[in-house]
Design a protein around this ligand. Structure first.
Ligand SMILES: [Zn+2]
Length: 82
């Protein structure tokens, strides 16, 4: 599995192009937490003979605890009626 390397090099970016993300509740503050999953040593794809712990960093809203979805990975939202 190829994982893009992030954080190894300094990227030249223009801070003025940054777009602030807000939670659905309007809160602009988030904290980084980890979503944890275990791949059992009995799982067919696990050849290591031991449980594997996977951590996925996610951001959750400080106010309501809702997870912040990365840009381009929005929740499906139908056009509301009424
Ligand atoms: Zn929130």
């Amino acid at each position: 599995m190829a994982v893009p390397k992030i954080g190894g090099q300094q990227l030249q970016v223009d801070p003025s192009q940054a777009v602030a993300r807000e939670c659905v509740c309007g809160c602009p503050y988030f904290k980084e937490v980890y979503r944890v999953a275990i791949i059992s040593k009995f799982a067919p794809g696990n050849k290591t003979n031991q449980d594997i712990t996977m951590r996925t960093p996610v951001y959750i809203c400080l106010d309501c605890g809702e997870e912040l979805f990365p840009a381009g990975e929005k929740k499906e939202e139908g056009d509301g009626e009424g």
